[in-house]
Ligand binder design. Structure first.
Ligand SMILES: [Zn+2]
Length: 258
């Protein structure tokens, strides 16, 4: 007696297809940020979503919807892999050099790194493609803490210390926590690389696939081997990027090598 009627299979399939369509649309905007998203595979995924939406019940029953989800995650993995290679050389940044964004919000907040009231959360909107946003938290003392393409509360984030100490000749340990704050499972990939350090002979990056249940957090851990004779004692910037359902999240690490 009472309670809402059970969800129909077609409703469940259509909701999942709507989330996939939204993810494909978000992914399709990322080339504005010089993220290397290939057009053709993205169109193939979109056509499969359209076909599945015509007969949602059977698309769910024969596993098509799950397969589209898996294939989209694989496409995001390839994009993350290419982006990680770009970070290593010639270099990539989350968009701070673009002149096409306008600031639409700013809010003074406490810095999650140093706890001082010296941070600002900014929301930027792309003037030419106004659905594309960049949100960032920056501290006067610590620098860039995070970037995301989500305009509102973050459903996925990467967190961890900005300043990390390392020693030449020992692997550089890069660790982030990846959290899914949303109501749906997330599949995607996280990668990291030294920014613009291929010219110094420093090793390339690493990419991992991740699946996160709603509310789940997982660790992303990478040990990058550093040859003592080829690695200058200096501060090296490491860019960590995550791509989940078309949302790009970025976290920066300043590795001080002694
Ligand atoms: Zn700070």
């Amino acid at each position: 007696m009472g309670g809402p009627p059970p969800a129909q299979p077609a409703d469940a399939a259509l909701s999942q297809l709507a989330r996939l369509e939204a993810a494909v649309t978000r992914l399709g905007r990322l080339p504005w940020l010089e993220v290397p998203v290939p057009d053709e595979p993205l169109q193939v995924v979109r056509h499969r979503i359209q076909a599945a939406a015509r007969c949602p019940e059977s698309a769910l029953a024969d596993g098509q919807v799950g397969q589209i989800d898996a294939d989209l995650a694989e496409l995001e993995h390839q994009v993350t892999d290419r982006l990680t290679a770009m970070i290593h050389a010639p270099g990539w940044d989350p968009g701070w050099r673009s002149g096409a964004f306008e600031q639409v919000e700013d809010e003074a907040v406490a810095c999650p790194q140093c706890s001082r009231p010296t941070a600002t959360r900014l929301l930027l909107r792309h003037v030419v493609s106004p659905q594309l946003h960049l949100q960032t938290l920056q501290c006067h003392r610590c620098g860039d803490i995070w970037w995301t393409t989500e305009p509102g509360p973050r459903t996925v984030d990467l967190s961890g210390p900005v300043d990390v100490l390392g020693r030449r000749g020992e692997p550089a340990l890069i660790e982030r926590t990846v959290a899914n704050h949303g109501a749906h499972p997330l599949r995607g990939s996280v990668g990291c690389a030294f920014r613009r350090r291929r010219n110094l002979g420093m090793p390339g990056g690493s990419v991992q696939r991740l699946v996160l249940r709603p509310g789940e957090s997982k660790a992303f851990r990478v040990a990058i081997p550093l040859a003592p004779d080829r690695t200058p004692a200096d501060t090296h910037s490491v860019c960590v990027v995550g791509l989940f359902a078309g949302t790009l999240v970025t976290s920066l690490v300043m590795l001080q090598l002694a």
